[in-house]
Design a protein around this ligand. Structure first.
Ligand code: AMP
Length: 533
């Protein structure tokens, strides 16, 4: 018989109640700044957000919201959305953030699948709601604006919260669904709290009470990577950009609010780098200590451009909705300090190592774990307390969850030091003559060419080689580059057979609702494309 001696420590339930208590007790005076659609600024504090969220919680309970009910939000990054982030889980209900950039059929599907009882919608997003409201039936729709302000102002700011348990659901996010139907990931109080603790660590996102954090990543996209809760937990000032996500609005906000940490997907930062290159002196961004870039691969040329030309440090991060989402970050280790700069940049462009409590392995086509040698490729599998154990009401995808693990669908190498390098999504890898070509590597290299603004590489079927790579490029304004020039630029970095067979110029690369390249749309666009020769 197994003999076990238990520790004699308290078994505190790891719920967001601890976070609400803490932010109210210690950080009630810390500022929360929101930019309104008309670009004016609203200022409030965590104390006020908490007070109003208790009033909103009372209002929701009066509407009949019960623990376990899903309450949806359709909102930009602003303090009202933060109130919903606090109020909904406070009642024991589930905060379901919906992405307004999705199509009306996807929004309809998601809302019906989640069976949301109440929807909280931003005034500015009413036109999106109009497009799908006929096909869904939440019992109540509350428009976040003056009217709701007036009605919750009549509620008590004391909320008699139900006792929360750590396994209870707190949040629901649907994956962006580049293929198939969106899939729901149901976060628990425990997973949410552990995730924000994990991402606050110094070698993760390094959050603390002296930081002023600008989540460019939307609060409707995997909870803005956990930043709203994480900032509240550590008492960092939040700077919420609302719908103004163009580079000048963001740079202005970084300048005016003295932002120290900002976070978003590469496409946003490519535009910011462009704006800084054009007018390097217009904004003072000298207080920015780190820009967290993830959601798709941050090209090395961009990481270099920010640091060399503007003294701005990129922290490359990898994650997935199924991972709450932070799965890894890339920082240099002390032993890397002596490496030549070029080598350091190569490391910065890797996807890095997971935070504590998240474990990874790479599994080959034969089902066996591949060695950690920086060369062998396998599918990345992950496990940990903030990794999904299955999808919400969806058994079709159970094969993504082999016992104890989650299959990410990302193809990677792991090196001896544990750094992850994503070579591709498994479905985006190009198989040419039995050998794999990484579309991500080609894209990153192409985006290092001075004339190339964006690049996405896809496979086109080929009678002899099965597939061949074709590069779709968006050139910078006022520049040009011939196919031969682009090919010459890639030579030396790749074997001859890995070079794209053709270069297609596009005005823009289609994007997902989260701002990532939508390769399925590109493949559709190029389905009749004929390779030269
Ligand atoms: P989502 O759940 O919509 O956030 O998408 C997750 C997927 O985005 C991952 O499985 C990766 O394929 C991709 N991704 C996220 N971050 C990175 C990164 N830093 N580098 C490369 N791919 C990334």
């Amino acid at each position: 018989m197994l003999c076990r001696m238990n520790g004699m420590m308290m078994e505190t339930e790891l719920t967001l109640a601890l976070l609400f208590e803490r932010v109210g007790r210690y950080f009630s005076k810390v500022e929360v700044v929101s930019r309104n659609p008309d670009k004016s600024i609203s200022r409030t504090t965590y104390g006020d957000v908490l007070r109003r969220s208790r009033q909103l919680a009372n209002a929701l309970v009066k509407l009949g919201v019960k623990p376990g009910d899903r309450v949806a939000t359709l909102a930009w990054n602003n303090s009202r959305h933060l109130e919903a982030y606090f109020a909904i889980p406070m009642t024991g209900a589930v905060l379901h953030t919906m992405n307004p950039r999705l199509s009306a059929p996807d929004l309809t599907y998601i809302m019906n699948h989640a069976e949301d009882k109440v929807l909280l919608v931003d005034e500015a997003l009413l036109p999106v709601w109009e497009k799908f409201k006929a096909n869904v039936k939440p019992a109540h729709v509350l428009v976040m604006g003056k009217e709701l302000d007036a009605s919750i102002a009549r509620e008590s700011d004391v909320f008699d919260a139900p006792e929360l348990h750590e396994k209870q659901a707190a949040g629901l996010c649907y994956t962006s669904g580049t293929t198939g139907r969106p899939k729901g990931v149901l976060y628990s109080h425990r997973s949410t709290l552990l995730h924000v603790l994990g991402i606050a660590l110094p070698d993760s996102l390094n959050l603390g009470q002296r930081e002023r954090v600008l989540p460019v990543v939307p609060m409707f996209h995997v909870n803005a990577w956990g930043l709203p809760y994480a900032c509240a937990l550590v008492g960092a000032k939040l700077v919420l950009p609302g719908p103004n996500l163009d580079p000048h609005s963001l740079l202005e906000l970084m300048h005016n609010e003295k932002v120290t940490i900002a976070a978003g997907v590469p496409t946003v930062w490519l535009a910011i780098l462009d704006a800084l290159d054009k007018e390097p002196k217009r904004y003072d961004v000298s207080r920015v200590k780190q820009m967290v870039i993830g959601g798709s691969a941050a090209p090395q040329a961009m990481i270099e451009g920010f640091l060399k030309r503007h003294g701005l440090m990129v922290l490359h991060a990898w994650g997935m909705t199924e991972m709450s989402p932070v799965g890894s970050t890339t920082r240099l280790r002390p032993e890397h300090d002596l490496l030549p700069e070029a080598e350091q940049f190569k490391i910065r462009a890797l996807q890095g190592v997971p935070p504590p409590m998240v474990e990874v392995r790479a599994v080959g086509e034969d089902g066996k774990e591949v060695p950690w040698d920086g060369k062998s490729m396998g599918e990345l599998q992950v496990r940990g307390p903030w990794v999904a154990s299955s999808y919400y009401k969806n058994e079709e995808e159970d094969d993504k969850f082999p016992p104890g693990w989650f299959r990410t669908g990302d193809v990677v190498t792991l090196d001896e030091s544990g750094y992850i390098r994503i070579t591709d999504r498994s479905k985006d890898l190009i198989k040419s003559g039995g050998e794999w070509i990484s579309s991500v590597d080609l894209e990153n290299a192409l985006m290092g060419h001075p004339a190339v603004r964006e690049a996405a590489v896809i496979a086109i079927s080929h009678p002899k080689w099965t597939e061949r790579p074709v590069a779709c490029v968006v050139l910078r304004e006022g520049t040009s580059a011939t196919d031969e020039e682009l090919k010459a630029f890639l030579r030396g970095k790749f074997a001859e057979w890995q070079l794209p067979d053709a270069f297609v110029r596009l005005e823009a690369i289609p994007r997902t609702a989260a701002g990532k390249f939508l390769k399925s749309a590109l493949r559709e666009q190029l389905k009749n494309f004929r390779l030269p020769g």
